[in-house]
Write a protein that binds this ligand. Structure first.
Ligand code: GCO
Length: 452
């Protein structure tokens, strides 16, 4: 598998379909001295939190190498780059703008525009300033208002040079992994904490959206959610119900408030103490219209009922897995997109992340990652299938541009279509990166030959 191909009549072969690559600030930037501490710095400094004991101090040194990295992105021929802003790099503790930090992003956006790329900016990809966490972080309602002020500062600095803003990336991860299970920063636990954090994140989204709309009326505004389809382990009613609860708890909890201004019915299973404090007007703020929905997809999950009438994850058996131990399930991707389309009246969709960690080997200057190329091939075809079934999908971003800091797994997992040697910071385009670039370029050729 050296190529990624799509059916000859695919809309994804028209030049209107946006192809991009994605990264996030903490995962690639390094240059910790240039910003305030964030919750991931603190989390990484606690023993036992990160598999390889690493942190984001250096990462891919992107702050130092951003010009070279933009050249690299441009060499792939993609239309768009999705990046995130580090809140603690652009805002001082007193709420004023850190001009030097903001300058970095202004320069970055400007060179991307010179390279004719569309810029997709995410405001929150999990790097909450530590001083806000010290006051309760996402458990504190005030954090949502601090986020609103930060969003306004970025909107003032970057304006409509940004094609699309996303308020949050994967609030599920921030809330559930960060405040409920504690495997991500800040490492808090408890159902009540997770649910309250989620509500404040969604409120922050709505408050920021008001600023973005007003300050950048010509940009697109949305949010990025992650989904893993929920499947019952057996055909029993109990397992089917377990999969439904899981879907509501992990997926719909974040989408239904945006679309229908309410939480899914699973909220009734929670005690009063576990439920978020929803103040009057919150759900209206949260459910303002968005211009697009960003969807991140990696894998499906199988559930069974447990004795508490709740759900347990059933680990995969005998199915192909990525290096994350995640099942490779392109059909679930189509199913997800078609199901969401049938259930809600959605705005246009961008696939803002999709990709795989694989056990790459750099041999003689090459990474022959056929398995990752195959993953992209099957998943891009799954997107194509959803489009054929009527889902409005405008673009696709590969996660990730380059190998980077994979959160609690440190540098042990590689998601890049570009290999990074962390000793030398040398970047090498993997075979999958070349295959992706070829797909993107073949599309342009096809368009030109089409109008001849
Ligand atoms: C994610 C994150 C990425 C991860 C990727 C792989 O949105 O979960 O955006 O930061 O690296 O998903 O786990």
């Amino acid at each position: 598998m050296h190529k990624i191909t799509l059916p000859a009549n695919s809309l994804m072969l028209s030049k209107d379909f946006v192809y991009g690559v994605a990264t996030s600030s903490f995962q690639i930037e390094g240059d910790r001295k240039g910003r305030l501490d964030c919750i991931w710095d603190t989390f990484c400094s606690q023993p036992g939190t990160i598999e390889d004991g690493s942190n984001g101090d250096i990462a891919c040194k992107h702050v130092e190498y951003y010009l070279q990295d933009v050249e690299l992105i441009s060499s792939l021929g993609v239309d768009a780059y999705r990046l995130s802003i580090s809140w603690p790099r652009v805002m001082n503790e007193d709420g004023s703008v850190n001009e030097l930090g903001m300058r970095f992003y202004i320069n970055l956006v400007d060179v991307l525009l010179q390279r004719k790329m569309k810029v997709f900016v995410t405001l929150y990809h999990w790097d909450l300033p530590q001083h806000l966490e010290d006051k309760g972080g996402w458990l504190n309602r005030d954090t949502a208002y601090a986020f609103q002020r930060y969003a306004a500062a970025v909107a003032n600095a970057l304006g409509d040079k940004v094609h699309a803003y996303a308020t949050l990336n994967e609030p599920f991860c921030s809330a559930y992994l960060g405040y409920e299970t504690g495997i991500h920063a800040p490492g808090k636990t408890g159902v009540g904490n997770g649910r309250k954090a989620a509500h404040h994140l969604l409120l922050a989204h709505g408050l920021a959206l008001q600023e973005l709309r007003q300050l950048c009326p010509n940009s697109q505004h949305g949010i990025v959610l992650n989904f893993s389809t929920c499947h019952a382990n057996t055909d029993t009613e109990q397992d089917k119900q377990a999969a439904k609860w899981a879907d509501e708890y992990h997926n719909q909890w974040y989408l239904k408030p945006l679309m229908d201004a309410c939480y899914p019915s699973v909220i009734e299973k929670l005690s009063n103490e576990e439920r978020p404090d929803i103040l009057e007007g919150d759900m209206e703020i949260i459910s303002q219209p968005i211009d697009y929905l960003g969807i991140n997809f990696y894998t499906r999950t199988v559930y069974e009922a447990n004795e508490k009438n709740w759900f347990n994850v059933v680990p995969p058996v005998d199915t192909p897995l990525t290096a994350m131990g995640w099942e490779i399930t392109p059909d679930a991707f189509t199913e997800l997109l078609v199901d969401l389309h049938n259930e809600y009246t959605l705005p246009p969709i961008y696939i803002t992340e999709n990709g795989a960690a694989m056990n790459d080997e750099l041999i003689d200057g090459e990474v022959k990652d056929d398995d990752r190329t195959e993953y992209f091939h099957t998943h891009l075809n799954a997107v194509n299938e959803a489009i054929e079934q009527g889902v409005d999908i405008k673009g696709y971003f590969a996660w990730s541009l380059m190998d980077n800091f994979e959160w609690a797994l440190g540098y042990s997992k590689r998601f890049g279509i570009v290999h990074v040697d962390y000793e030398t910071q040398k970047r090498t385009i993997k075979q999958s990166g070349n295959a992706y670039a070829e797909l993107v370029k073949s599309r342009i050729n096809r368009y030109i030959s089409g109008i001849k």
